[in-house]
Write a new protein. Structure first.
Length: 207
């Protein structure tokens, strides 16, 4: 990125790096057009600057040519343990991660003002730029009923907290149009710094 002048703001540059990192470990991202697709949604919204694909082609290619002990690849090959329940406190702020729907309802009943989050990277922007406070957060990422994706004879049932990556991986072959839509999943109508197309954090968030 430095060699091709691809670095952008402090929000967008990490997005590029994480997108390239995820591309390196994904089997379906080998060809130049696939790397371009990986980066096509990375923008600096303030100036609408598109990603320079050369950064990705050089970065991913160079990384794959390196000879070193890849500890992260070893971690990816290991079984992934289920996310554990979490109750974290920092000062007056609280973060909860329930592991069942019953626990989620109980927490929401006890803390009715708590905000439900599923990823929610936009909170960082709201804290840093809008100075908002989030004293109570409840994550839905470990609730099986909300992240489950199942296929029945009549329909697909997709949990409200299922990641875009999981939806693409499960339903993409049967519905190519859905896979295509998710690959070019666009910025919201009012984009904020750090927004990106492919939700790389979905694939790597639990690693």
């Amino acid at each position: 990125m430095v060699e091709h002048y691809g670095s952008q703001c402090g929000y967008c540059t990490p997005g590029f790096v994480v997108s390239l990192f995820e591309a390196y470990y994904r089997d379906g991202c080998r060809e130049p057009w696939q790397i371009s697709d990986q980066l096509c949604g990375n923008l600096l919204p303030l100036h609408r600057l598109p990603a320079d694909p050369r950064c990705g082609h050089c970065g991913v290619g160079a990384a794959r040519n390196c000879r070193f002990a890849d500890k992260f690849k070893q971690r990816l090959a290991a079984p992934l343990a289920p996310a554990e329940a979490l109750a974290y406190a920092a000062g007056a702020e609280r973060f909860f991660r329930p592991t069942s729907l019953a626990d989620l309802f109980a927490l929401k009943q006890k803390h009715p003002t708590a905000r439900l989050v599923a990823g929610a990277t936009e909170i960082g922007v709201e804290v840093n730029k809008k100075f908002k406070a989030f004293p109570l957060l409840i994550s839905t990422e470990a609730v099986p009923e909300l992240i489950k994706i199942t296929k029945t004879a009549a329909a697909w049932r997709i949990g409200a907290a299922a990641t875009l990556t999981a939806i693409e991986g499960n339903a993409g072959r049967e519905f190519p149009s859905v896979a295509k839509m998710l690959r070019v999943f666009a910025l919201p109508a009012d984009p904020q710094p750090g927004d990106a197309r492919r939700q790389s954090r979905d694939s790597l968030a639990h690693r």
